[in-house]
Design a protein around this ligand. Structure first.
Ligand code: FNR
Length: 417
């Protein structure tokens, strides 16, 4: 399919007409494939009229739309896991092992999906987790995501590798954001990034502890496979065909990065965490914890929140879904700080299950990229609306009209019940 080069030369895009045609055909094809066994399905024809963001029925349906809208390498970057991508898939599938115990005889006159976290009111427990380089998905990149977050009052975690500056993000979101931190292996850079983020108005620093591979060492096979099918000339946008974020992300602008070799220090120990805690004036969250032992240690060393995450299965092929890690982390933390989680959350029922298992809030990664690639700001808004709608629906159906009412007995693990 012919691509049209975007005005800023960043990401070749389909024309609107090409996209609408591809989009309808893709969703139609998926639907037919899914309906193969359903002998009683009514006869179906192709969609009438162009597809708008609000017509997309569920979060997963945005993925083929993003695939149609993006050049192969950029879609590969969004989709990739590590090795065989099995952990990516486990993150999603494992939610299916939990069943919801729906209760009746409950007054549902008022339902409320809101929460209060770190003194702030959120309309929904779903937040936008860090996703780097989002101008690879849409010319407006993170700016469109920030505007969507503003219209939906969603909390944003801005990536160290954001392609839009933090100052602009804070302005567009018109509320404090969290700054995710890849500290690099140069302490001078770590200090500068923390100072810059706090000065720009980030009210939390989120240290990612699961990205220990040195530059180029991550076995992102899906990305590499996709890149091999992409005929575009990458060095046109990527300096020297290098993709290291410290060479291009605005958060690093003006800093001397000549000594940087990786996104994290080779010894990201608890002593190193103490050192960071010492320079972070606001809140410090630790993202990428998957065991009770590490959660306990992070809290003992000053973390204000622990985020259960395996980076969307992008860093290590453990086959362990994050939803399965939530209970041991919650148990280890013993309520001292909030536990957040991300990974494979695609339905309102997934959000519900994470909360029942003890998470205070739930992050999404790829779905914001899918919505953004397909429809820009409106796509991200539509994705957030679907989570909100589905969460409210299951809260009503399960007889839990508030987030606080979703207790541990609201879900059962199929094999451990
Ligand atoms: C990420 N993620 C991520 N995490 C982080 O701490 N810093 C980052 O810069 C990025 N960048 C990034 C880019 C892309 C393209 C993806 C898909 C993900 C991980 C992200 O914050 C989150 O942990 C996972 O994406 C959650 O899993 P799902 O929702 O993608 O399944």
């Amino acid at each position: 399919m012919a691509h049209e080069r975007a005005k800023d030369g960043l990401a070749p895009r389909l024309t609107r007409r090409q996209f609408a045609a591809a989009a309808s055909a893709l969703l139609f094809a998926d639907w037919v494939a899914g309906a193969e066994d359903a002998s009683k399905s009514p006869p179906i024809g192709p969609r009438v009229g162009p597809l708008r963001a609000r017509d997309v029925l569920n979060v997963r349906d945005f993925e083929p739309l993003a695939r149609a809208a993006l050049p192969p390498a950029h879609f590969g970057y969004l989709a990739t896991g590590i090795d065989d991508d099995l952990t990516v898939r486990r993150n999603e599938q494992a939610f299916g092992d939990y069943e919801i115990r729906a209760r009746r005889f409950v007054d549902l006159s008022h339902t409320n999906t809101g929460i209060t976290l770190f003194g702030a009111h959120w309309r929904s427990p779903v937040y936008l987790s860090a996703v780097s380089s989002m101008r690879a998905f849409h010319p407006e990149g993170e700016a469109a995501v920030a505007r969507a977050a503003a219209t939906r009052s969603a909390q944003m975690m801005v990536s160290t590798g954001s392609s839009v500056s933090l100052e602009q993000m804070v302005k567009l979101r018109s509320a404090p954001v969290w700054q995710q931190l890849y500290p690099t292996d140069d302490w001078a850079i770590t200090q500068a990034l923390v100072q810059r983020a706090e000065a720009a108005g980030a009210n939390a620093i989120v240290l990612t502890v699961d990205s220990t591979a040195t530059a180029g060492a991550r076995n992102s096979e899906t990305l590499r496979r996709a890149a091999q099918t992409d005929s575009r000339h990458c060095p046109a946008c990527h300096v020297g065909n290098r993709h290291d974020m410290w060479l291009r992300a605005p958060l690093f602008s003006g800093l001397d990065v000549t000594r940087v070799r990786g996104l994290a220090p080779p010894a990201l120990t608890l002593e190193w965490l103490d050192r960071l805690r010492h320079i972070v004036r606001g809140k410090l969250f630790v993202k990428g914890v998957v065991t009770g032992e590490d959660a306990q240690a992070a809290v003992a060393h000053g973390a204000d929140a622990v985020i259960v995450s395996n980076h969307g299965g992008r860093n290590e092929e453990t086959l362990r879904a994050t939803i399965d890690c939530v209970p041991e982390v919650v148990q280890a933390v013993k309520g001292r700080v909030p536990v957040l989680m991300d990974g494979g959350v695609r339905r309102g029922t997934d959000v519900y299950k994470a909360i029942a298992l003890g998470a205070s809030a739930v992050g999404i990664g790829r779905p914001q990229g899918w919505g953004l690639a397909a429809f820009g700001q409106e796509g991200v808004e539509a994705v957030l609306d679907i989570y909100a709608r589905e969460l409210e629906a299951i809260m009503r159906q399960a007889g839990t009209p508030s987030i606080g009412a979703i207790g541990a007995r609201a879900v059962l693990h199929r094999d451990r019940a």
